[in-house]
Write a protein of this length. Structure first.
Length: 340
């Protein structure tokens, strides 16, 4: 298995730059893993493809306005900071853009605190320290970051949040959830489909392609996740009662399968809270996930490897080619896939 095995060609015009309205008007490709059959539908018809007793697992993370603009002190040179991971109350790991951003360089955030570069990490990553907790300034100073392949910002920043986002901490949205509307959720509940929540704070590394020749040599990014005792109980009961556990997004998949590693005999999952480094590649045996809702992912990414592990690499690549032929919209603001 090589990284090139997960490559495909995508014409640039298929990369969605803006989301459709309303959210659930996006298209839905339904893929049956067993028959390899494909059906074409719209997300608002999701109820036609799942059944009462199924459990949808949502990731309630919320994207923080982690993109900051600043200038160097005392020269005034322009600096851009993308917060990645809080280390202490005042220090963050961040991507820092600007000339000469070496340890010791000081800067002032527009409408925010002063700071300095503490440590140079790999590439553009730096450990930065602020004079005050920067979270207090984010509502005024921060901007919601968008993936690098999206070149226009939505008029409403909430459009890059799920309607059920609750817990701030992500650098990117769990995009499979962007298709849900409150009305669709209530209509699904009314026919006996249930919902539970997990939290996984998404890091920007989720967009990074695997650069190693062999996927096994890639070091997967670490992300913080939580699955509560109540969610664990609901997941365990669902399978016992013959329902399916349907993960909404690869982030929910990663959380559920991490929780499955801690489960006691007779249960699917256990409650967890902490970092996960789970890297799902073809050959992985899924324990907790019966079906998933996901978007179309970048070539050679850890995410296309995850869905390939679930459905089969050739099956996924064939589905992607079918989606391209039918002019589906790809990536964060694109259309959805339901893998059964």
């Amino acid at each position: 298995m090589k990284t090139l095995d997960f490559d495909y060609d995508l014409p640039e015009e298929h990369i969605a730059q803006v989301p459709v309205e309303p959210r659930d008007a996006s298209r839905l490709l339904v893929l049956d893993r067993q028959s390899e059959g494909i059906r074409h539908d719209h997300f608002y018809n999701l109820a036609d493809h799942i059944r009462p007793g199924d459990l949808l697992v949502l990731n309630e993370t919320r994207v923080i306005p982690a993109r900051l603009f600043a200038h160097k002190l005392p020269t005034g040179g322009r600096v851009e900071i993308l917060l990645l991971k809080r280390k202490t109350d005042d220090t963050w790991e961040a991507l820092v853009g600007g000339k000469g951003m070496r340890p010791g360089v000081q800067f002032e955030v527009e409408s925010g605190p002063n700071g300095r570069v503490v440590l140079q990490l790999s590439g553009a990553r730096r450990l930065v320290e602020f004079t005050d907790p920067v979270e207090d300034y984010l509502p005024a100073a921060g901007h919601v970051p968008l993936p690098p392949y999206i070149h226009t910002s939505p008029q409403d920043p909430e459009r890059y949040q799920t309607v059920y986002a609750r817990h701030s901490g992500s650098a990117a949205a769990p995009t499979a959830g962007l298709h849900f509307t409150p009305r669709l959720i209530e209509s699904l509940k009314s026919i006996g489909i249930r919902f539970v929540a997990v939290t996984l704070h998404v890091g920007l590394d989720t967009f990074a392609p695997v650069t190693e020749d062999l996927p096994q040599d890639h070091k997967i990014h670490t992300e913080w996740c939580q699955l509560s005792p109540a969610t664990a109980e609901a997941v365990n009961r669902t399978r016992q009662r013959g329902g399916r556990v349907i993960a909404v997004g690869t982030t929910s998949v990663r959380t559920l399968e991490t929780a499955a590693r801690n489960a006691k005999s007779g249960n699917l999952v256990a409650a967890i809270e902490g970092a996960t480094e789970l890297f799902i590649l073809p050959g992985y045996e899924f324990h907790a996930v019966d079906a998933m809702i996901t978007n179309f992912h970048l070539p050679k990414s850890t995410l296309i490897m995850l869905v390939s592990a679930f459905a089969g690499r050739e099956v996924i690549l064939n589905a992607y080619q079918t989606a391209i032929q039918h002019r589906y919209r790809f990536y964060s603001f694109g259309d959805a896939m339901l893998i059964l």
